[in-house]
Design a protein around this ligand. Structure first.
Ligand SMILES: Cc1ncc(COP(=O)(O)O)c(C=O)c1O
Length: 385
């Protein structure tokens, strides 16, 4: 029996053709394919500017730096996210502050954000967890009139949408934020192997991001004309976070399939929801009527006490049947590194409850309906009474 991972990429002959074409061309580092990929992403997200980079982590790091916040400013985020969200805040010399999640959506709770605002708060990084958009207008309202910017960690949410007063907004359009960040890791909606991007409508952020992506170097037109074509200036301490044309060619080709990928993920989620409907032991992430999740993950919240079985046993027994599962995530404040740097012994009630119950089951575009049924049956057999 074939093992089913919790997530995986889908690569077809067109993707391979696009990559081979670049390999046979003059550019294999950053070249025209990167610009073409950025254009496709900008058009899809309905946003002015896109900067493609080497990973989602690099995108978060650069977004935090482009914000140009005073050192040690506080940045409010969720503890239920991948480490990169909080780590990037630290890389930029800022201080992560964790706010609790909502028990039904598993997303950061706007009310809890309000409670964590201080005179030092300068940014909020909501994460659209598992692909479900956060309450962006609610979060924007909290920051209104204050010197606080919003960076969406949209690494789970390419293709997600939300509606405000009858108007649809695609995640990444930055309709209620300053920047949004994506990852193109293979388990995500589209892949470039490793890769990421930042979207923004703000020209100042865009120019800083471009500069920081490549060593903080610019080629000022006037001076180059005056001094010579070799001339360049380093104006900020930047990095080599460039995406290669090889990666961008794959990303560009994957973009053509994105709508289908999201449709497939939503179809699988609908099937799972049907299977688990009405079970006392299992609750699911609630999708509010104004939100359209891109279902990067399908997370079960299993009340293991009611189910009379431990998470380890469920994971191991599913693994024995060739079914991959994962826990997304261990709350960041529980990590030894963060315990050392955070004040006191942090415990957030909804986060703790979520973590006790979380288990992600497989979801990816190429999973078969028969596999989805088999997974649901096995989970029900183990966790149902
Ligand atoms: C929420 C979130 N933020 C950031 C990242 C980092 O992305 P990357 O792995 O591309 O660096 C991930 C990756 O899994 C993620 O899930």
């Amino acid at each position: 029996m074939k093992n089913i991972p919790y997530g995986r990429q889908y690569i077809d002959a067109d993707d391979i053709k696009a990559v081979v074409k670049v390999l046979k061309s003059d550019f294999i580092t950053q070249g025209p394919a990167v610009g073409a990929f950025e254009k496709k992403l900008a058009s899809y997200c309905k946003v002015k500017y896109v900067v493609a980079v080497s990973s989602g982590t690099a995108a978060l790091h650069l977004a935090c730096l482009a914000a140009d916040l005073p050192r040690h400013s506080e940045v409010i985020t969720t503890p239920v996210t991948f480490l990169a969200t909080a780590n990037s805040i630290l890389y930029a010399g800022l201080k992560p502050v964790f706010a609790d999640i909502e028990p039904d959506t598993f997303n950061i709770d706007p009310e809890k954000i309000s409670g964590r605002i201080s005179s030092r708060t300068r940014a909020i990084i909501p994460v659209h967890f598992a692909g479900l958009p956060c309450d962006m207008p609610g979060i924007r309202n909290i920051s209104r009139g204050k010197d606080i910017i919003i960076i969406e960690d949209a690494c789970h949410a390419l293709g997600a949408e939300y509606t405000v007063k009858g108007r649809k907004h695609r995640v990444g359009s930055c309709a209620h934020s300053d920047m949004a960040v994506f990852s193109f890791h293979p388990v995500k909606h589209i892949t470039t192997g490793e890769g990421g991007a930042i979207t923004t409508n703000n020209r100042k952020y865009y120019e800083r991001l471009l500069r920081l992506r490549s060593h903080g170097v610019v080629k000022p037109y006037k001076k180059c004309k005056e001094i010579g074509p070799w001339y360049y200036e380093m104006r900020a301490l930047g990095f080599n976070y460039r995406m290669t044309d090889i990666q961008a060619a794959l990303g560009g080709s994957q973009m053509a399939k994105l709508t289908g990928f999201v449709k497939k993920r939503r179809e699988i989620a609908r099937l799972y929801k049907k299977f688990f409907y009405g079970m006392e032991e299992i609750s699911l992430q609630e999708e509010p009527p104004w939100a359209k999740s891109a279902y990067h993950l399908f997370v079960l919240n299993i009340d293991f006490k009611v189910a009379g079985i431990g998470r380890k046993s469920v994971m191991n027994e599913l693994a024995d049947k060739g079914i991959g599962t994962q826990v997304h995530y261990i709350p960041i404040y529980k990590q030894p590194y963060y315990k050392k740097i955070l004040p006191g012994n942090m415990l957030l009630d909804n986060t703790e409850d979520y973590y006790r119950k979380a288990l992600s089951i497989p979801i990816f575009p190429s999973i078969k309906h028969s596999e989805v049924s088999r997974i649901a049956r096995e989970v029900k057999r183990l966790a149902g009474r």
